[in-house]
Design a protein around this ligand. Sequence first.
Ligand code: KIV
Length: 276
Amino acid sequence: MKKMIPDFEKMKHVGERISMLTAYDYPSAQLVEETGVDTILVGDSLGMVVLGYDSTVPVTMEEMLHHTKAVRRGAMETFVIADMPFMSYATLDLAIMNAGRLIKEGGADAVKLEGGLDIVPIVKILTRTGIPVVGHIGLTPQTASQLGGFKVQGRDLNSARQLLEDGQALEQAGAFLLVLEAIPRQVAAQISTGLKIPTIGIGAGLDCDGQVLVFHDILGLFKRFKPKFVKQYAQLRLEGVQAIQEYHKEVKTGLFPSEEHTFGLSDEVIQKLYGD
Ligand code: KIV
């Protein structure tokens, strides 16, 4: 049964861990829904793993909408969260308009935004407008260059304290879920125990209330790099290459298509068509 917002807080309350996985299109959403994963994130990581950009920065609203719609069609019974792309929430007006589009046109159940105290006014106005918001702190890929690259965050006292404050501020502003990316396990644990809303970790250790990973990472479909926090549960890229090599060989050697994959005509029609 489709999870709803109160279910996530209940899960935290009873100690049931929340599973989240990204999906970006119809077949990946169908696969994820079949497994019973609690919620799907249409992450702007799609810019890197399916569109081939170098970062998530170039991802546009139109691209997010396009992929969110496909995911919704593939996973009608799953709670879907859509990422707001870089610059789509740079002002309050832009945030309301674009978040509204992801919900109304894209079919998302909630939107996710990167940032801490700085985005509190945006989170407040979205939640007051009726748009459910997921926060995202720690390593925030849209502003990774300001953070000095794709690095673990919250390792020194000041930045750890800042993350704790950010978490509190986002909860008070109305966020109902909080993604913690690439932060030390102890900091994530303290944020998680201090909040009523569930935390979802990615590279933030086992003490978060749930976990999220990228679809292409866990299936071994993305070859450019593999962060330390990624566990590959399959090597589908290798299997895919082998299958395509086989197809290529069979086309070249005439082994494909065989009779099994070919349509024929009855002798009677052949005779009428070509005569004697
Ligand atoms: O874009 C994304 O996939 C994300 C997750 C890594 C949390 O934001």
